[in-house]
Design a binder for this molecule. Structure first.
Ligand code: 5AD
Ligand code: FES
Length: 374
C-alpha cells in the first residue's frame, strides 16, 4: 500500500517538473521546486535549460579577460577577503603599462572583451585614471576590445564619464536582494547602504550600460525563499547580465565565524547550478557568467555551469604577482597560471564541455538589444 503511494508521489513530482519546464511564466512556487530539484528532476531541469540556452543565445561561450587591477578598497563587506579592515592583505595597484599589456594579450588572442575589476574607490584621481585607461584600451585595440567595468558604486557623473570613455557593460552584484540578509552580510552604515546599491543599478541603466548584477549562494542566514526572491528581483530589474557564484568563507573576515552553520560546499555548488539553470528559463536571453568561485569547489565547475545555462567565462589576465592578493575567498583557482596557461587550459575545458568559444566576438547581451528596441 505504502509502496504504491510513494510511486504515485514520485509520478506526481515528475509530472510537476515537466509541467513547470514547459511553462512560459514561472511562479515563485515553481522556482522553489526548480531550486530544490534533485536526481531525475534535476537532470530534466538541466536538459531544458541547456536546450533553451542553445535556442536563444546559442552554444558559444564568450571570453572576458579579467584584470583585477587594484585591491585597494574602501568597503568592509563582511564576507570579502580584500575588505578594508583586512590588514593581512598587501595592497597593490597595477601600473597602466601592466594593465595595457594584459589588454593587448586579450586582443591578440581574440578574447574580444576585457573586464576591469577593482576594489571600490571613489576619488577624482581614481575616476580620472579609469577614464584614461578606457581610452587607451580602445586606442590600442582600434576600438576592437569590448570593456566591462566592475568598480563598485559611483556617482552618475562617474558612470557617464566611463561610459563615454569606452566602457559599455558594468557589473555590480546586489549580493542579496533581501535587505534583511544584505545587512547581515554588510556593516550597517552609510557606506554599505542597500538603497544606494539599488540606486547605483538604476544609474547604470540610465547612463546606457548593459547592466549585470548577481548574488552569492549559500550565505549564512540565506533561505530558499530569499534565493527565489533574488531570481524575481533579476526579472523585475530587467537585467542584461548575471553573475552568481557560491559563497566561500574566508578566514580573515567576520562572517567566518558562521562557517559551522553553512551548507556543505558541494551543496552550495549544486544549488548554484540550479540557480543558473532556473534563471536561464526565467530570462532566456541574458548573458550569464560561469563564476570563477565555482571552480574553487569543483575543478570542472565553470564548465558545468556552461553546460546548464551560462554563456560567458572570464579567463584571469591579472599579472601573476598580484593574484594572491586578490583572494576574495579561499581556494581561489588559477593563482599561478599566467595568461597563456589560463587561455590554453580554458580553451580545452570549454571545448570538452561541448561549447564553442566565441573568439573575436563581443557576445553582448541579447536582452540589452531587445529592451533597447535595437
Ligand atoms: N565568496 C564568494 N564570492 C565572494 N565575493 C566576495 N567575497 C566572496 C566570498 N567570500 C564576490 C562578491 C563580489 C564579487 C566581486 O566577488 O559577490 O561582488
Ligand atoms: Fe565589498 Fe570586497 S569589500 S566585495
Amino acid at each position: 500500500m505504502i509502496v504504491v503511494y510513494q510511486e504515485q508521489l514520485i509520478l506526481l513530482c515528475m509530472k510537476m517538473i515537466e509541467d513547470i519546464l514547459t511553462k512560459k511564466d514561472l511562479t515563485r512556487q515553481d522556482l522553489i521546486l526548480l531550486l530544490q530539484a534533485k536526481g531525475d528532476d534535476r537532470r530534466k531541469l538541466f536538459e531544458r535549460s541547456s536546450q533553451v540556452k542553445k535556442e536563444v543565445v546559442g552554444n558559444k561561450a564568450y571570453f572576458r579577460g579579467l584584470i583585477e587591477f587594484s585591491n585597494i578598497c574602501s568597503k568592509d563587506c563582511l564576507y570579502c577577503g580584500i575588505r578594508k579592515s583586512n590588514e593581512k592583505v598587501f595592497r597593490y595597484e597595477a601600473t597602466d603599462e601592466e594593465i595595457l599589456e594584459a589588454c593587448d594579450f586579450a586582443y591578440r588572442n581574440r578574447f574580444a572583451s576585457v573586464v576591469l575589476q577593482s576594489g571600490e574607490l571613489s576619488s577624482p584621481a581614481f575616476t580620472k585614471r579609469v577614464a584614461s585607461l578606457l581610452k587607451q584600451i580602445k586606442k590600442l585595440s582600434d576600438n576592437g576590445l569590448g570593456i566591462t567595468l566592475s568598480c563598485g558604486e559611483q556617482t552618475r557623473e562617474t558612470y557617464a564619464l566611463w561610459r563615454e570613455s569606452g566602457a559599455h557593460r558594468y557589473l555590480l552584484r546586489i549580493e542579496s536582494s533581501d535587505p534583511g540578509l544584505y545587512y547581515k552580510i554588510h556593516p550597517q552604515d552609510e557606506r554599505h547602504s542597500f538603497e544606494k546599491r539599488l540606486e547605483a543599478l538604476s544609474l547604470l541603466r540610465e547612463t546606457g550600460y548593459q547592466v549585470g548584477t548577481g548574488v552569492m549562494i549559500g550565505l549564512p542566514f540565506q533561505t530558499m525563499e530569499s534565493l527565489v526572491n533574488d531570481l524575481v528581483f533579476f526579472k523585475e530589474q530587467d537585467i542584461d547580465m548575471c553573475g552568481m557564484g557560491p559563497y566561500i568563507e574566508h578566514e580573515d573576515t567576520p562572517l567566518y565565524k558562521y562557517r559551522g552553520e553553512l551548507m556543505p560546499k558541494q551543496e552550495r555548488f549544486d544549488l548554484t547550478l540550479n540557480m543558473i539553470a532556473s534563471l536561464r528559463l526565467l530570462m532566456p536571453d541574458i548573458n550569464m557568467v560561469a563564476a570563477t568561485a565555482l571552480q574553487a569547489i569543483d575543478p570542472a565547475g565553470r564548465e558545468k555551469a556552461l553546460a546548464v545555462g551560462a554563456n560567458v567565462i572570464m579567463p584571469n589576465l591579472t599579472p601573476c604577482e598580484y593574484r594572491k592578493e586578490y583572494q576574495l575567498y579561499e581556494d581561489k583557482p588559477c593563482l599561478d597560471e599566467d595568461a597563456e596557461l589560463c587561455r590554453n587550459c580554458l580553451e580545452a575545458r570549454v571545448e570538452l564541455a561541448g561549447s564553442e568559444i566565441g573568439y573575436g566576438e563581443w557576445g553582448d547581451s541579447k536582452h540589452y538589444f531587445t529592451r533597447m528596441g535595437l
